[in-house]
Design a protein around this ligand. Structure first.
Ligand code: BES
Ligand code: MN
Ligand code: ZN
Length: 524
């Protein structure tokens, strides 16, 4: 990961002189300035408000902006009016828009340095220092690039990061908040880095070692279950997918317990939270070979990457969470011993599974990972994250992940975590018809239903979830949620987004605080 934007970002107060190219002045929704904006506008003889009024499509919407050149002799030179949206609604989603809008505008105008006036107005519900820290952190995130394999063209292509001075009331508070958010960004960029690695570099074994290297120094216990161990445990579903491939599959178990010693002593048998991630380092489809965009399927490990990124963040934050995660790492490839369409395989839970389609491999790996997590650690909640279905992209696009669960409480808890993290979800209920659709003809279950019902055909994301639910509920129901990140983790650009790290971190911290039921203003 490279991100020079961090070194270019500072928080200062108005007494520190700057010599920057532009001044960025926030404008709140319905076209009004904050305190400082008003004063500057007055000083400039209403120049800003008059010009803003002429820009018919600018009303201070979050992320929109207009650039103005001031008359000669003015002390401000160039000004950018930056839309903040409604002052009482500056949540994580709005911050994202504001930051992205600003970085795009600065890049478009080729601006090398800017002073951002950390303005506030009476209606603002969040602390202004924290709002501008969050905007700064998001701009830094947007500056992420993955150029480790660009050897010759690197120097010519590297875009310059603009120098950004945020002029705020309390630079110390802003800096502290920025540093805290930077830990989250680091976890997210780590997930992006893992996703962007090519499949000839990142394959199950090398990935597992990398997880060890990343997490063990932070106090996370990391164990690798190799093929031998998987056989011993009866993980025949995951093995069917991965065993025949070039690289051998494995499962990686990560344990982090941030509770105080007193807490641990008081509650020695407290059940942990459990995360599971799909880690297909390449998904060719197998014998049901993919006919398009196969190269993108090196990103089919993004679920596991968000789990690893969240574990990294939680450990770095010294979170109070008690959490066990399992990622199932495998390649879905063709070889002479690859699993066959129509095969009937076994699973660790004991369900037999008919292979309707070798390209529905993620659920097979997840099924055994969920079973293992349940049997070995008995978590009170299991959340699995996976780039599981194309149907989820059809249904929800690239801005929202699909949420599927057997618990109403988890819908609430995830709605809250989504609001806090700015990572949006859409909940799709699993109905009896979806569960029935996954009944096998010759075996207990099928991994890909054959149906003529157009409603079920369209609901491939929900039937996939229904398949997983069997495993989450086998041997006693566990509260479980499945997050399908096929669209959000893999944007149209084909670069890993790191989606899920923030959601999983928020959710785990909420659970640790046991305040999930008490609503409060979302944090930034
Ligand atoms: N990894 C894919 C899903 C996917 C597709 C993610 C495109 C991101 C972008 C998954 O393994 C898959 O191939 N799913 C099939 C399931 C089908 C065969 C039942 C799909 O969605 O087509
Ligand atoms: Mn597939
Ligand atoms: Zn896949």
């Amino acid at each position: 990961m490279t991100n020079p934007q961090y070194a270019q970002t500072a928080f200062i107060d108005h007494t520190t002189p700057t010599d920057n190219d532009v001044t960025v002045i926030p404008v709140f929704a319905d076209d009004h300035f904050g305190k400082k904006g008003k004063a500057i506008n007055k000083e400039l003889g209403e120049f800003l408000s008059l010009n803003a009024a002429f820009a018919a499509d600018f009303k201070g919407e979050a992320g929109k902006s207009i650039a103005l050149a001031l008359p000669k002799g003015s002390s401000y030179g160039k000004v950018i009016l930056l839309g903040m949206g409604a002052a009482d609604q500056i949540n994580a989603g709005a911050v994202n828009k504001i930051a992205t809008g600003l970085s795009q505008t600065l890049a478009r105008l080729n601006i090398k340095s800017a002073s951002i006036i950390g303005d506030q107005c009476a209606k603002m519900t969040q602390n202004a220092d924290e709002v501008y820290a969050a905007i700064a952190a998001q701009i830094c995130e947007n500056g992420y690039s993955f150029d480790k394999y660009k050897k010759k063209l690197k120097a010519e292509k590297a875009p310059e990061s603009p120098k950004l001075d945020f002029i705020v009331k309390n630079p110390k508070v802003a800096q502290q908040h920025f540093d805290a958010l930077s830990i989250l960004s680091e976890g997210k960029m780590l997930a992006q880095d893992l996703g962007n690695e090519p499949p000839n570099v990142l394959y199950p074994e090398s990935y597992a070692l990398r997880i060890k290297d990343l997490l063990e120094p932070l106090g996370v216990e990391v164990d690798i279950i190799d093929v031998h161990g998987m056989k011993h445990l009866g993980m025949h579903a995951a093995l069917a997918v991965g065993e025949s491939a070039g690289a051998k599959p494995c499962m990686v178990v990560m344990k982090y317990d941030g509770r105080s010693d007193a807490d641990k002593a008081k509650n020695p048998n407290k059940r942990p939270l459990g995360y599971v991630g799909k880690g297909l380092t390449i998904d060719t489809g197998g014998y049901n070979i993919k006919t398009r965009s196969m190269d993108l399927m090196k990103l089919d490990m993004c679920g596991s990457a968000s789990v690893v990124g969240a574990m990294y963040t939680l450990a770095k934050q010294q979170s109070k969470a008690n959490i066990v995660s399992v990622v199932g790492l495998a390649e879905n490839r063709i070889s002479e011993s690859s699993y066959l369409p129509g095969a009937i395989i076994d699973s660790m839970a004991g369900f037999t599974i008919e292979i309707g389609n070798t390209d529905a491999e993620g659920r097979l790996v997840l099924a055994d990972a969920i079973t293992y997590l349940k049997q070995a650690y008995n978590p009170h909640i299991i959340v699995d994250v996976a780039t599981l279905t194309g149907a989820c992209i059809q249904a929800h696009g690239h801005d929202k992940a699909g949420l599927f669960t057997n618990s109403k409480g988890l819908v609430k808890a995830f709605t809250r975590a989504a609001e806090q993290s700015g990572e949006a979800i859409a909940h799709d209920p699993i109905e009896e018809k979806h569960i029935r659709a996954m009944d096998g003809k010759l075996a207990d279950l099928t991994n890909s239903c054959k149906t003529t019902d157009p409603e079920i055909q369209k609901a491939g994301h929900i039937t996939a979830a229904a398949f997983l639910q069997h495993f989450a509920e086998h041997g006693g129901k566990t509260k479980w949620a499945h997050v399908d990140i096929a669209g959000t983790a893999i944007p149209p650009s084909g670069m890993a987004s790191g989606w899920g790290v923030k959601l999983l971190t928020s959710f785990a911290n909420d659970q640790a605080e046991e305040k999930a039921a008490k609503p409060k203003a979302p944090k930034l």
